[in-house]
Design a protein around this ligand. Structure first.
Ligand SMILES: Nc1ncnc2c1ncn2[C@@H]1O[C@H](COP(=O)(O)OP(=O)(O)OP(=O)(O)O)[C@@H](O)[C@H]1O
Length: 284
């Protein structure tokens, strides 16, 4: 699918390695490709390299790669064209910084403004539209630090929308968010997918991955597997990525069904957030 600006390849990495200044190699020879019009779940244990991948794609870290491209552009060029946005984990933001919600969203417009960063009518319209899309118009003049976790996430999504980003990286957007807000965020992400954007979403909420991600990437110091969710989101890959971290419960027969003739089994895999539930046999 081509996105509304005509892009086809969304995020591509071939042989990507990232080594921190202290010598830790957090990613080694990682390769994957995501087309535009995609929501991809990035799953792996703590320390697997999810944040490192985001930072690499945002140009925050030096990388070695045979190829790394966003919408066919180098990272520098994609950033210069304002095509990439990052929705950070809550812990990465200084919430005591006195800034209004509308100003946070306006930051998404900076790349579209001239040297003096003086917002014009188009910038103000983009901010108002973005706030309306995430249902945060009523909070525009609040200090960002005075919002709930879910509201803060929506403001950062609005910043990405105001920026008109085509590649959006979301670092654990559901942490500390109630189910209603999670649903609202998922609905918005699906609309953004329909507009041809590509979203890479790190999450420990494994149960939600088949619900809203059409693709998945398994990461553990490298990319173990990637592809269409229905093909790669398998118990075997979950086991490879999570090893002993995942708890597994197999339920069946009388444990599960009052009707003893009902032989269907259920497998539940969980890393302690929302579990992934599989019906039927043969889940190894
Ligand atoms: N600034 C740094 N300097 C050195 N090593 C680092 C740095 N940041 C991360 N690492 C190491 O790189 C590896 C990958 O870390 P990363 O933060 O990317 O994992 P993650 O998958 O995002 O984990 P989590 O699920 O806990 O957020 C870990 O071994 C981590 O200790």
């Amino acid at each position: 699918m081509k996105d509304t600006l005509g892009f086809q390849e969304g995020i591509a990495a071939e042989g990507l390695s990232v080594t921190y200044a202290g010598g830790v190699t957090a990613l080694r020879d990682a390769s994957f490709m995501l087309p535009t019009g995609t929501i991809a779940g990035l799953v792996g244990v703590n320390g697997a390299g999810k944040s490192t991948l985001f930072k690499a794609l945002m140009g925050f870290l030096p990388v070695r790669a045979e190829r790394i491209a966003l919408l066919g552009y180098s990272i520098d060029e994609a950033l210069r064209r304002n095509l990439v946005a990052y929705v950070p984990q809550a812990e990465e933001v200084d919430w005591t910084f006195p800034v209004l919600v509308r100003d946070v969203v306006m930051m998404g417009r900076y790349g579209h403004m001239g040297f003096f960063r003086r917002p014009g009518a188009a910038d103000r319209t983009a901010v108002a539209d973005a706030l309306a899309r995430v249902d945060m118009t009523a909070f525009a003049d609040r200090q960002i630090g005075q919002l709930s976790g879910g509201q803060k996430k929506r403001v950062f999504l609005a910043r990405a929308l105001a920026q008109e980003a085509r590649v959006i990286l979301l670092d654990e957007p559901f942490t500390g968010v109630d189910v209603k807000t999670e649903d609202a965020i998922i609905t918005l992400l699906k609309q953004m997918r329909a507009e041809g954007r590509v979203m890479l979403v790190s999450t420990h909420n494994l149960g939600a991955v088949p619900q809203f991600c059409d693709r998945a990437i398994f990461i553990k110091g490298t990319v173990l597997d990637y592809g269409l969710t229905e093909e790669v989101f398998t118990p075997a890959n979950l086991k490879r990525a999570f090893g002993g971290v995942l708890r597994r419960y197999d339920l069946g027969g009388e444990d599960l069904h009052e009707d003893e003739d009902d032989k269907r089994r259920v497998t539940v895999l969980t890393d302690d957030e929302r579990p992934f539930v599989i019906y039927g046999d043969d889940h190894d």
